[in-house]
Design a protein around this ligand. Structure first.
Ligand SMILES: [Ca+2]
Ligand SMILES: [Ca+2]
Length: 197
């Protein structure tokens, strides 16, 4: 575990400044609020899950954790008017969320072998929101808008954007920020091991 975190920290320390430098490639399409949180839809052609995570954390948020149906429908419903979420099933119209597979082989078709980046529980409701035929084992991270709906897809390549969630307007205390960074780094460490395989 210590090695995983250290690998992740090295990756994160390199990736976050790079995400800042590459910020011009991404553009915010829209933002909305729900339950005191702010959500931003970013377009970024051909973005990987790990680069989207770096950009989200570097911008003071995290990849969105849509942990209940009301949150999912509110955020997706507000963003669908932007035209980003067309019924086209292609990856260009999907957005990364803060879910990642816990399968070390990154090939699982088990909808329960997933976790949220902020440590929120992955529930039966989350596992039940995959689109028909998903997850099909091509996983790195979780996307939304499979088949033009608010259903999940597991995706291992790149997609057209990502959703950032921010916890209200207060300045985050250092404890919660460090916990989130540790969680993000652990996930990135796992991805680093995949890349090195
Ligand atoms: Ca959330
Ligand atoms: Ca898939």
């Amino acid at each position: 575990m210590r090695k995983t975190l250290r690998t992740g920290l090295l990756l994160a320390s390199a990736a976050i400044p790079l995400a800042g430098l590459n910020a011009s490639a991404a553009s915010m399409i829209d933002s909305t609020t729900y339950g005191g949180h702010t959500y931003e839809l970013w377009a970024d052609t051909g973005v990987s899950w790990e680069n989207a995570l770096s950009a989200a954390v570097g911008g003071g948020g995290y990849l969105a954790t849509l942990t209940d149906p009301a949150e999912t429908s509110a955020v997706y419903g507000d963003f669908i008017g932007t035209g980003f979420f067309t019924s086209n099933a292609g990856q260009a119209h999907q957005a990364w969320l803060g879910g990642y597979t816990t399968d070390s082989g990154f090939t699982t078709i088990d909808p329960n072998a997933w976790a949220w980046i902020n440590g929120d529980a992955w529930t039966a409701i989350d596992a039940g929101n995959f689109a028909a035929g998903e997850p099909n084992g091509d996983s790195t991270g979780l996307t939304i808008n499979r088949f033009g709906t608010s259903k999940w897809n597991d995706e291992g390549g790149t997609v057209g954007g990502y959703i950032v969630e921010k916890d209200g307007t207060r300045v985050p205390d250092s404890g919660s920020t460090l916990a989130l960074l540790a969680s993000a780094c652990a996930a990135m460490g796992a991805l680093g091991r995949r890349i090195l395989k």
